[in-house]
Design a protein around this ligand. Sequence first.
Ligand code: C2E
Ligand code: MG
Ligand code: MG
Length: 401
Amino acid sequence: MILDPKIVILVAEDHDFQRRTMVRMLHGLGIADVLEAANGREALEIIRSAPKPPEIVLSDLDMPEMDGMAFIHHLGEAKSGMEVIIISALDSVLLGSVAKMADAYGVQLLGVIEKPITHARLVQLLTAHRTARKAPQAVRPAPPPIFGWQEIRAGIANREFEPFFQPKIEMASGRVVGVEALARWRHPTRGIVAPYAFILELERHKDIDTLTFLMLEKAAHACRNWLAAGFDLTVSVNLSLTSLADTSLADRIIACVKGAGLEPKRMILEITETAAMTELAPALENLTRLRMHGFGLSIDDYGTGFASMQQLTRVPFTELKIDQGFITGCARNRAAHVIVEASLALARGLGLKAVAEGIETEEDWDTLKAAGCDIAQGYFLGRPLEEEAFLEFCRQRRSDT
Ligand code: C2E
Ligand code: MG
Ligand code: MG
């Protein structure tokens, strides 16, 4: 017996023969209580009036009156908590989008059965339900601590923020060629706090520059130390778009980095394209000035933002970082793979260094290397580390190669 025989299951399928086949299979598995609907609307009515609502819903996608998508949408809005199995003859790319949509509506998807439905697959997915239910309450990550702007400001004034450094590896040689500085808050009571807990709040109050300059200064110092230790590296620092509206930014960055004793050509500034460049003219003035003084300019999270193609033509970028959403798992995801290939071709055509961030496995590394990507970053190669630990990482890596 794979399931509690008292479980209620609903089958929504407009095709009579296929629906009856499924009902028969479910009866065969010992489930007595199987409800039937010929489309989404009927299914919703049955759910409303059933003495005991179903725990699992098997739904076709293409149905008259109300299709499977609208049905899932309603289940999500009603916060029904029902688990859904999609039955469909659609191709896997479309089914993947439906799965993402269900997730976005908060509907728990047990899986997809491609038609024709088989007994083995049905049992497999119903077992997924059983394990899901049996598993102890999923451990949710603790909600991120919410810091107020004033608290964050005070932390910055105390210089409690510092960069952690993640290696960038040249794929052809395996050499460490650079490092990205990622902000961390060494909080007096909460330990190491990640950027999502403070960047947005600072940006919202137009107060990100104090953090940016602390990062620039500490990253420049660290890079100088690594150079002195014999490592030929560049250091990347993230800039917020909101900072670029002030045309004095470039001169302040130049003064800060030179003041810390680092040549600008050793530093790459990363700009995320996710926020639209509202104040275009000052942003272009700043970026062009920085490039003129030798800084590298990187377009970060490429592929997720607005006007990405247009930005590439007007900003003098030197590097393109393909967003990790396309990189992680690209070896096994055809659509992601195609997008990565296209981004690499774009980078090559424009003479930009291509960086893949979010490489977590060897097979993704192999795929990107074969595709001709220049530089790799990701947990597979190294996590963000403190300054000393990063130096140790470089030493280790040099003695290994
Ligand atoms: P980002 O610039 O795109 O940085 C990459 C993020 O991906 C980092 O997260 C890094 O730890 C993470 N990462 C690296 N490799 C992998 C991997 O293989 N798998 C996965 N899942 N993640 C990986 P982090 O440090 O939490 O930073 C998040 C974002 O916060 C950064 O994204 C950047 O946009 C922003 N940020 C960080 N430091 C600063 C800063 O000093 N100033 C500004 N304005 N933004 C910053
Ligand atoms: Mg970045
Ligand atoms: Mg990124």
